[in-house]
Unconditional design. Sequence first.
Length: 245
Amino acid sequence: MHARVLPHYESMSAAAAAIVAGKIHEKPDAVLLLPTGTTPLGMYRRLVRLHDEGGLSFARATFFNLDEYLGLPPDHPASYRVYMRENFYDHIDADPGQVHVPDGSAPDPEAECERYEVAIREAGGADLCVLGIGRNGHIGFNEPGAPFDSRTRVVRLSESTRLVNAADFEENRAPEKAITVGMATVFEAREILLLASGANKANAVAAAIEGEVSEDVPASMLRRHPNVTFLLDHESAAAMELGDE
Ligand code: F6R
């Protein structure tokens, strides 16, 4: 495990974008497993800039998203499909046939989970999985207690996650359920990068990096992965005993 502490959100985002861009340079047909949320916005902005100004091409890459709310129409402004289009996919040269987001409006969500898991497997698994971290230590929507051997499935969101995400919804109520790739699916990625920013992540980060490895803190399980980097800004690293980079 590697933990790098960068001074600010912007430097953390730049380091994250450099790692993703490096993967695409090394393997233009890489398979990426990607997060939504506030944390990766700076990384996506930089990747779009590298595409626009630096000629970075994603044309041969394959993209999977980690999760999606259940029961939202695909064009709902708070859906992760819309988020990804607006913040990333519409601004790069991704092949639309190689862009995958779980379908939260699928009539048979269980079948959709199975389809999604098979699609990731058939693509060869993820070369690089980028993650954020919830204040409760969740990764994707694998909430505390998520089994280590879990696969893509329908999950019930914790009340704390729904509260944090409520602001994205007009009615101020987040959906109760989501589709998320599983812990095992994440773990099979050949490389994992977890991004964290801000003081409200400090406890989750400390628990993940310095606490017990336990399903109660899903991100702590990443420490068993042979190729994982935690990219942290100073504030999110504040509760750790470990020194700076
Ligand atoms: C979103 C996801 C979540 C977020 C986490 C942090 O696709 O997988 O695990 O990464 O909830 O969200 P932010 O970055 O908004 O604090």
